[in-house]
Design a protein around this ligand. Structure first.
Ligand SMILES: Cc1cc2nc3c(=O)[nH]c(=O)nc-3n(C[C@H](O)[C@H](O)[C@H](O)COP(=O)(O)OP(=O)(O)OC[C@H]3O[C@@H](n4cnc5c(N)ncnc54)[C@H](O)[C@@H]3O)c2cc1C
Length: 384
């Protein structure tokens, strides 16, 4: 049986970042992942994710978000490949909605550059959007796209170069106390590891398998994502020069997000509902197929909002949202084992924080203090 300072279970964006920071700090670290370095069964797959800092979800995210932005920028400096692609971001809705008010509040609080656009200005500046008359938008010129697969692979590579070990295609079945350490047993009981601390970043699997203590607070949902092609004569309206990453709070309350064409090798504009078409689903049950009913529904919204797109998607797939009951992250130490740390930072908006959450988990696992206050993400908030 081999001993490590820290074993990290689950190498989605949170785990990849955690092994990167641990290995850089000189710790002996093992990262274990059920599937390969990239796969389609969790939450981190695909080529792109949006990073925006005028965060409508609340100012409490700003310290972690600012740190994440610094770390993504540093990671970019380690690679000749484009890991982040500037696109700007536009967050549209009725002026009374959380998207507009919250984005503006956080931008003000964080001194983040932004502009306010009314409907006429939105249509003039970004002609692809056909928004109703009484809308408003917060435009954040500094928002960008993170190349999701590439950043994960870069962090794993750098971790290995700094001495991290990895096991892909292996699943941790059980953790238990072993003196002051934690013993990890793999499925089929065929291998065991011991670590001073363990970090669990298993996304939708977390509460089902290794940390059932979180099961009252987390649920896993399958959510679809679509790609749409533009009509030939309107193609230029959908590339990042004319079409930023966007959030749109439809007057019926459905929140739609999208990423411009041409940012990655994926064809078309990537679009999904953030708060709709969620199907409760056990983590081992991810089917990639999307129902014709869901496709029909998104097509109706595309016809209204983006008439320059062909409303029939050219591709679709599914991904997991691990939802916490209040849609905020859960980060901290296990109640059962004080040297087991976890982060379930999803609810559909966690990727952008991955660089900073990995850094914080790496520090916690080494008994050190993270650079930003994580108490707002503690599970104890549910006890009050
Ligand atoms: C369609 C979609 C769009 C999104 N868009 C954005 C966006 O634009 N911006 C943004 O910030 N966020 C976005 N998110 C959210 C973001 O992608 C997630 O918050 C993030 O990927 C969660 O990563 P994770 O590492 O926690 O989980 P995961 O990526 O699910 O990783 C968990 C890993 O653990 C492994 N594992 C599980 N159990 C075990 C075990 N017992 N042993 C070993 N390995 C195990 C799994 O195989 C998996 O690889 C989006 C999510 C989806 C689904």
């Amino acid at each position: 049986m081999k001993d490590y300072d820290v074993v990290v279970v689950g190498l989605g964006v949170m785990g990849s970042s955690t092994i990167f920071h641990l290995a850089r700090s000189g710790a002996s670290v093992l990262g274990i992942e059920s599937f390969g370095p990239t796969h389609q069964f969790g939450s981190s797959h695909g080529e792109t994710r949006i990073l925006r800092r005028a965060y409508w979800e609340g100012e409490k995210y700003l310290p972690l978000l600012n740190r994440a932005h610094e770390l993504w920028t540093e990671l970019q400096a380690t690679s000749n490949e484009k890991l982040i692609v500037p696109t700007g971001g536009i967050f549209m809705g009725h002026p009374s909605t959380g998207i507009v008010k919250g984005s503006r509040n956080t931008a003000e609080a964080g001194a983040i550059a932004y502009e306010v656009l009314d409907t006429a200005q939105i249509r003039r500046r970004f002609p692809a959007f056909r928004v109703p008359d009484d809308m408003e938008a917060i435009y954040e010129p500094g928002a960008y796209i993170i190349m999701a697969n590439k950043v994960r692979l870069q962090m794993i590579d750098l971790a290995i170069q700094s001495g991290a070990e990895t096991r892909f295609g292996r699943t941790v079945q059980k953790i238990e106390k072993c003196g002051e350490s934690i013993l990890l047993t793999m499925t089929n009981n065929d291998e065991k590891f011991r670590a001073r601390s363990v970090v669990i970043t298993t996304g939708p699997w977390m509460a089902h398998d290794l940390l059932p203590e979180l099961s009252n607070h987390l649920s896993s949902n399958r959510v679809p994502i679509y790609w749409f092609d533009s009509l030939d004569k309107r193609r230029k309206e959908f590339t990042s020069d004319n079409f930023p990453a966007f959030l749109y709070d439809h007057p019926d309350g459905h929140l739609i997000y999208g990423i411009p064409a041409g940012v990655s090798s994926e064809r078309g504009v990537k679009i999904g509902f953030h708060n709709r078409q969620h199907v409760p689903c056990k983590p081992d049950g991810l089917k990639q197929s999307v129902s014709t009913q869901h496709i029909g529904e998104i097509s109706r919204y595309i016809k209204q909002l983006l008439p320059g797109l062909n409303p029939n998607p050219i591709a679709s797939s599914s991904c997991f949202y691990t939802m916490s009951t209040d849609e905020n992250f859960l980060i901290g130490a296990s109640e059962k084992y004080s040297n087991v740390f976890f982060a379930s930072a999803c609810s559909g908006h966690g990727f952008k924080f991955g660089s900073a959450i990995g850094e914080s988990l790496a520090l916690l696992a080494q008994g050190k203090k993270p650079p930003t206050d994580l108490s707002v993400f503690a599970v104890s908030r549910f006890s009050f």
